[in-house]
Design a protein around this ligand. Structure first.
Ligand SMILES: [Zn+2]
Length: 199
């Protein structure tokens, strides 16, 4: 039995040196899981702002986690990101709508990150036009490109409804305002936004 314990500890050390586990935040060795205790984000209350609510500033570990999921396609960070979402707010709304992504974008990413983060079904609103990756564009270009991008598939269900739009980042608000207007045009009574981070 003692021999087996020694062997196991030797094996663990060997594996650790061959495949060191690095913290997603600082890159230092993290002996327990994905993130070290210094980088681990703490779940906070939501902050109210003009478009609705946001959770965290789009910087530091929050920015890093979203980048890892969306651009490095690291699915292992997903549980950590989900743990930062305040789902309690969903109960105050009739519908929770993730900002729809174009099917071509989903093909490109291999998934729909917003749908994965907020664990909400998409499909009530579609994105009918493909737009270039927004982080490469300026404010004016974004506003121009986003016009009439969304289509509500069954407008009758939104009549008089209180809708919450959820997204990972609030930057210029161009996408949010366009989607909000589309839903108000479909008859929604109120439309708020909940953004995991705000730039
Ligand atoms: Zn760290």
């Amino acid at each position: 039995m003692k021999g087996a314990t020694v062997l196991l500890s030797v094996l663990t050390r060997l594996l650790d040196s061959l495949f060191p586990r690095r913290c997603v935040g600082c890159g230092q060795r993290a002996s327990l899981g994905l993130i070290c205790s210094r980088c681990r984000p703490v779940k906070t209350e939501l902050t109210r702002f003009e478009a609705g609510y946001f959770g965290y500033p789009y910087e530091g570990i929050y920015r890093k986690l979203l980048h890892d999921l969306k651009f490095s396609h690291r699915r292992d960070v997903l549980p950590l990101i989900r743990s930062l979402v305040n789902t309690d707010i969903y109960a105050s709304y009739d519908f929770v709508i993730p900002v729809p992504s174009h099917w071509l974008r989903r093909l490109e990413h291999g998934c729909d990150p917003i749908h994965l983060i907020f664990q909400q079904q998409r499909g009530r609103v579609n994105r009918c036009r493909y737009t270039p990756a927004f982080h490469t564009l300026g404010k004016d270009e974004r506003a121009k490109l986003i016009r009439q991008v969304f289509v509500v598939t069954s407008p009758e269900m939104f009549k008089g409804a209180n809708v919450l739009i959820v997204d990972d980042i609030y930057t210029t608000g161009a996408t949010f305002r366009e989607l909000k207007q589309t839903l108000l045009n479909a008859g929604a009574a109120t439309v708020d936004g909940y953004f995991l981070t705000r730039a």
